[in-house]
Design a protein around this ligand. Structure first.
Ligand code: FE2
Ligand code: FE2
Length: 307
């Protein structure tokens, strides 16, 4: 499908245009799961399995709430922060009107993804009586922005664009695998499938946008961009463990036990493999665009274990 076809079809095919509001049916009583167990790194830990049943189900529910709560914040505060600049013609990259129109379409999509993420948290927490643990997005956002500021000082408009390219190119097991797990609540599988459909198109848009961005960078800045991308990828993909710790503590685990579970569930090599896998399309795009060919480019990606 060409970009022009996508832009035309968006009015019929985008979730925000034609998709139904997804509702929680009466599946909670039937014992449907909140989230696929293989996608919860600590879900199978013996100390989590040993929790009494209601506590364990609550941990799984909070994992779902955490994922959706993060998504709700991320779409509007990170993705749309940059997308709005592209759409408004203020990104520092010269783009055509059709590209700006597509950016406004994506802006609508992402706002809608935030809306239904919070809607489903609300529906499930109301029906189940399990409340989400409060989540402060600020520390994650600050860390992300600090990496950009350090890597590209004096270019405040560039790092947010690169963050979004990295994120929108990610291959997440969640988008691919949640809809396939028949044990999971239909409302959850439905919104993740809805989201994945929109993101397939975003992925193509941001790949094209990055090629344009790269083509417009002066040679001197290309080196800096190339050397900062691996750090940006890593900092973006490092798991946020604060809410995991809070959830495990809320289930009644003592601090030392929480620390043990987190240590076992997120070993460095598994975290690195996860980052490499999720970033593989982004890295391929950067490689094809010539990012790794500038001086120091390949070294930076190799040091970060991304190639
Ligand atoms: Fe999205
Ligand atoms: Fe997106």
């Amino acid at each position: 499908m060409t970009p022009a076809q996508w832009s035309r079809d968006w009015y019929d095919r985008a979730g925000v245009r034609g998709g139904p509001r997804r509702r929680l049916g009466d599946e909670l009583a039937a014992g449907q799961l909140f989230f696929p167990p293989p996608l919860i790194p600590y879900g199978d830990h013996p100390l989590v399995r040993a929790l009494p049943e209601p506590r364990r189900a609550e941990v799984f529910a909070r994992h779902l709430f955490q994922y959706l709560g993060f998504t709700a914040q991320f779409e509007t505060r990170v993705v749309n922060r940059a997308t709005e600049r592209i759409a408004g013609g203020r990104s520092g990259i010269d783009v055509s009107i059709p590209v700006r129109l597509d950016a406004y379409r994506i802006y609508c999509d992402e706002g809608y993804h935030s809306l239904y993420s919070l809607d489903v948290i609300d529906q499930i927490s109301t029906a189940s009586g399990i409340s989400p643990t409060p989540y402060d997005f600020e520390p994650f956002l600050n860390r992300l922005d600090q990496v950009g500021e350090q890597a590209l000082p004096g270019e405040p408009e560039l790092a947010p664009l690169l963050q979004v390219v990295v994120f929108e190119m990610l291959i997440t097991a969640i988008l691919n695998d949640v809809p396939k797990d028949p044990r999971v609540l239909t409302v959850v599988r439905d919104i993740v499938a809805d989201h994945a459909r929109d993101e397939g198109w975003h992925h193509a848009f941001f790949a094209r946008f990055f090629r344009e961005l790269w083509a417009q960078q002066p040679t001197a800045r290309r080196g800096r961009v190339a050397r900062c991308l691996p750090g940006l990828i890593r900092s973006s993909l490092l798991p946020d463990l604060r809410p995991v710790r809070a959830s495990l503590a809320a289930a009644g685990l003592a601090p030392a036990v929480v620390a043990e579970v987190v240590r076992d569930a997120y070993p460095q090599d598994r975290v690195n493999t996860g980052i490499r896998t999720a970033a593989r399309h982004a890295v391929r795009l950067f490689e094809e665009s010539g990012v790794l060919a500038v001086p120091g480019g390949r070294d930076a990606f190799e040091t970060a274990e991304l190639v």
